[in-house]
Write a protein that binds this ligand. Structure first.
Ligand SMILES: [Zn+2]
Length: 462
């Protein structure tokens, strides 16, 4: 296999506390050397990529995505989803089990492994279901899912309501050394809510999804993690109370962790009342808007691309999620990439499915809200996309150590660009950030030494 030498970039590898301008040599799909040692090891025929002025870091990992295959390939396929991930700078994605059929048996796991090996642009890791058909009634065969290669279990999109069943799931998961990831939603409290319950749901006449509907299950998970000793990872946290509960539980050493998505720490429920209301009410809370003069996008009220589960919440909730990321309460950033077809989203707000695409805007929004706003260092931000998810799921990824897989992301944290849904690699166009000016862009994505995405004009090659 060919060798590849990345020259002159600022290499940031939080796992090794490394942050310096250095060359990186890749050989046979592995990291061969970093820094001064590269000169001695570089073969004469090595390809060189000049990455001066750019950040070079371990390949980003998105541990929460819906690739929709098998069964919902009108929305996305493993091929298109992983192509979108590559453009977003992700070298590994973790797919959720709410496919058709659900990933609740080893056959479906094997099928996805096969398709991903053949058509995936990036590494695909798989979560198995907690319960059969994600119905919340009977445990899935957790042991055989583990044997088939899942890295965690989750009923994402749904939430096990029966606490006794959840307890048993945690006990099994602990036995098989699998983390449990939970979509936190109390059905009796949330009922048929479609947006955050508060001022704007009342003003817009939409049914409310109260913050307590999430917080209740976060509290339940903390208690059950304590009871069983199993690790519970709370997915896409959106509410103040969830962050507070997690912070307090972590202090006591409960085996619990959490993740947050860019839409929850960028947007608020005012966005559902339209762009005028949003920019006036809460848009000032976004890094670069309006002080930096970035162009403001516009959208109508009741735009279904702002409908997701859990919903966008208030500016205070947004601030709590940002604080949680800043102080380490929330360990991981992920997209909850959830593609849906146009015809499914182009209906009344009440009837539209929950979810938005996320791979291609995720890094930029995280940079804007956490790095450019001076809440986190670049290293602190990269950690939440690399070593933190790798550690949770025990993946041999997320570092640039010598001999590690050569999964590498190269990005420019300062580049401004316009996000355009129609230019995305995803099969679906349901992002609320269409037309937004974003700051920070992926320049190259390298998986096991192979360039799977390069922004052509940007990198001078020798
Ligand atoms: Zn979910």
């Amino acid at each position: 296999m060919n060798s590849l030498l990345l020259t002159g970039g600022r290499v940031i590898d939080p796992a090794n506390r490394f942050d310096a301008v250095a060359d990186v040599l890749v050989r046979d799909g592995k990291i061969a050397a970093i820094g001064p040692q590269t000169a001695a090891h570089t073969p004469g025929d090595a390809e060189t990529m000049d990455v001066r002025g750019l950040i070079v870091c371990p390949g980003l990992i998105d541990l929460h995505a819906h690739l929709r295959e098998p069964g919902q390939t009108a929305k996305e396929t493993i091929a298109t989803g992983t192509a979108a991930a590559a453009r977003g700078g992700f070298t590994s994605v973790v797919c959720m089990p709410n496919t058709t059929p659900a990933i609740d048996n080893s056959g479906t796991v094997a099928l996805i492994h096969d398709i991903a090996a053949e058509q995936g642009a990036v590494n695909v890791f798989i979560t198995g279901a907690i319960t059969k058909n994600i119905a919340g009634e009977e445990l899935a065969p957790i042991g055989s899912l583990k044997k088939a290669g899942v890295v965690a279990i989750s009923d994402d999109g749904h939430c096990v309501q029966n606490n006794e069943l959840m307890r048993r799931a945690l006990e099994y998961a602990r036995m098989f050394d699998l983390p449990v990831m939970d979509h936190c939603q109390d059905y009796s409290l949330v009922s048929d809510g479609v947006m955050h319950e508060g001022y704007w749901s009342t003003a817009l006449g939409l049914r409310g999804w109260p913050a307590a509907g999430e917080e209740m299950i976060v509290a339940r998970n903390i208690l059950l993690a304590q009871t069983t000793g199993a690790h519970v990872h709370c997915q896409h946290l959106s509410a103040i109370g969830s962050v507070q509960l997690l912070r307090e539980a972590k202090k006591r050493g409960v085996p619990i962790s959490g993740e947050a998505c860019p839409h929850h720490f960028t947007l608020t429920d005012a966005a559902i009342a339209g762009s005028d209301k949003f920019w006036e009410a809460d848009g000032k809370g976004i890094s670069g808007f309006p002080a930096g003069g970035l162009a403001r996008s516009t959208w109508p009220a009741y735009d279904t691309n702002f409908k997701m589960n859990p919903p966008l919440r208030t500016a205070r909730d947004r601030e709590a999620v940002l604080k949680g990321l800043e102080d380490g309460t929330i360990d991981i950033i992920c997209s909850d990439h959830a593609p849906h077809c146009d015809y499914e989203k182009e209906v009344e707000f009440d009837y539209a499915p929950f979810g938005i695409t996320g791979f291609e805007s995720e890094l930029a929004l995280a940079l804007m809200q956490l790095y450019h706003s001076k809440r986190l260092s670049l290293s602190g931000l990269i950690e939440k996309f690399t070593v933190a998810p790798a550690r949770l799921l025990r993946l041999k990824k997320g570092t640039l150590s010598v001999d590690a897989d050569a999964d590498i992301t190269v990005f420019d944290p300062d580049r401004e660009w316009q996000f355009d849904n129609s230019a995305c690699a995803s099969k679906s166009l349901n992002s609320p950030f269409d037309g937004w000016t974003l700051k920070g862009q992926t320049i190259a994505t390298i998986v096991k030494g192979r360039k799977v995405w390069v922004k052509q004009a940007e990198v001078a090659r020798v």
